[in-house]
Design a protein around this ligand. Structure first.
Ligand SMILES: Cc1cc2nc3c(=O)[nH]c(=O)nc-3n(C[C@H](O)[C@H](O)[C@H](O)COP(=O)(O)OP(=O)(O)OC[C@H]3O[C@@H](n4cnc5c(N)ncnc54)[C@H](O)[C@@H]3O)c2cc1C
Length: 369
């Protein structure tokens, strides 16, 4: 009997975590515009210390043991036929191919600033982009970071730590940054940023340029009346996300272009179709990108193919986890109620990353050659 066919559309953070768990039971095809996992996580580390960042957040697909049984197709999804159950993929050489499925997982994420763009790239192009963004900031003597979310806070904190000689400022529109996290988290991080010398500018709503998907030169202008802020380099981390759903029919997307998704991660009206991650309209915080939701997805795919009932999921009300990532004294994880818990650097690097993240979460990562 032939095995069920699963197509994982988009091999980013959630697509990879799903695909590595399916290859044993199904014929899995994973489609990706990127030649490997290029995680959207930890922007601050990626910009300030890209080589160290790449050790944990950028893997060639051949390094992920769980993908050994997955056929990875490098190309861009250009369409889906929900009736015929097949997706269309355009390969880098311009040719197109179709892949049939019994289950389709939509995990194409969002476009979010210069660091997350759904363009077809070779490994050399990915490396060149990451290097160019780092060099742009390294060459600046003053850096303005615009935005109040985790990406902005992480960028400002890590830039100030790695380059203490630069002037680093963070501009955010409300009284406190991190509005999607518990307020305790900003209260805990604020003094840390001040210690690092980050200039904190609350109540500053910047006028976003028409093309914020790149690092620009200053000055930053504000619609809230303050003077222009000069800066050699401006990082726009303003959360202006656009779903990567142009390849999908209107019947499965909502008015904002996100994929309509039920609490069991199925897409209503499209049998055998699931969605996860930033593209899935599960809840305002897009919580299925985090919180180990890939586990529920995998178990619901098994249930769907075995004719069993699916389980539903309750998204958390707040974001939690690390915000500024690994620091010289370790990594601080914030619980949903905002309480911090610090794992010292050595256990993080020697135990958490290799054993918990690489072995248990990613199902085995080979050493880089
Ligand atoms: C601890 C932590 C820290 C974080 N830090 C940050 C941060 O600093 N900055 C930030 O922005 N987010 C951050 N995030 C958020 C995180 O990066 C995203 O939530 C996560 O990447 C979402 O995963 P995804 O699979 O939905 O999307 P992605 O990881 O973006 O994966 C989608 C993939 O699909 C590909 N794709 C898109 N369209 C197509 C197509 N048509 N054909 C083929 N492939 C396509 C994309 O190129 C991409 O490779 C963090 C999250 C956590 C848990």
């Amino acid at each position: 009997m032939s095995r069920p066919r699963v197509v994982v559309a988009g091999l980013g953070d959630t697509g990879v975590l799903t695909a590595v768990r399916l290859g044993r039971r199904y014929d899995v095809v994973g489609v990706s515009v990127k030649p490997g996992l290029v995680s959207g996580q930890e922007l601050g580390h990626r910009l300030t210390d890209p080589e160290r960042w790449a050790q944990d957040y950028r893997f060639g697909f051949d390094r992920l043991r769980g993908l050994d049984r997955v056929r990875v197709v490098h190309g861009e999804l250009t369409g889906v036929d929900l009736g015929q159950r097949s997706v269309e993929v355009q390969r880098p050489d311009g040719s197109t191919e179709r892949h049939g499925y019994d289950v389709l997982v939509i995990s194409t994420g969002v476009t979010n600033g210069f660091w997350r763009r759904p363009v077809l790239e070779s490994p050399a192009e990915v490396d060149a982009g990451i290097r160019a963004h780092h060099e742009r900031l390294a060459a600046a003597s003053s850096i303005a970071v615009v935005g109040g979310g985790a990406a902005a806070v992480s960028t400002a904190a890590n830039a100030a730590r790695v380059w203490p000689e630069k002037r680093v400022a963070l501009y955010f529109p409300r009284e406190a940054a991190l509005p999607q996290h518990h307020r305790r988290i900003w209260s805990h991080l604020r003094p840390r940023l001040e210690e690092l010398g980050v200039g904190l500018h609350a109540g500053h709503r910047a006028q976003v340029p028409p093309d914020p998907d790149r690092i620009t030169a200053g000055p930053v202008r504000f619609s809230t009346g303050q003077d222009d802020a000069p800066a050699d380099a401006v990082v726009w981390a303003v959360g202006r996300t656009r779903p990567n759903s142009g390849w999908l029919p209107d019947s499965v997307i909502d008015d904002d272009g996100f994929v309509r998704t039920d609490r069991d991660l199925t897409v209503p009206g499209a049998d055998g179709v699931f969605a996860i991650g930033d593209v899935a309209a599960t809840d305002p915080l897009r919580s299925s990108a985090r919180n180990f939701t890939y586990r529920l997805l995998v178990s619901n795919i098994h249930a769907h193919l075995d004719g069993k009932p699916l389980k539903a999921w309750k998204p958390p009300r707040r974001r939690w986890g690390s915000v500024i990532g690994l620091q010289p004294d370790g990594t601080t994880i914030y619980a949903p109620d905002g309480r911090p818990f610090r794992v010292p650097r050595l256990p993080w690097v020697r135990v958490m990353q290799p054993w918990v993240t690489n072995r248990l979460i990613y199902r085995g990562v080979r050493r880089a050659r």
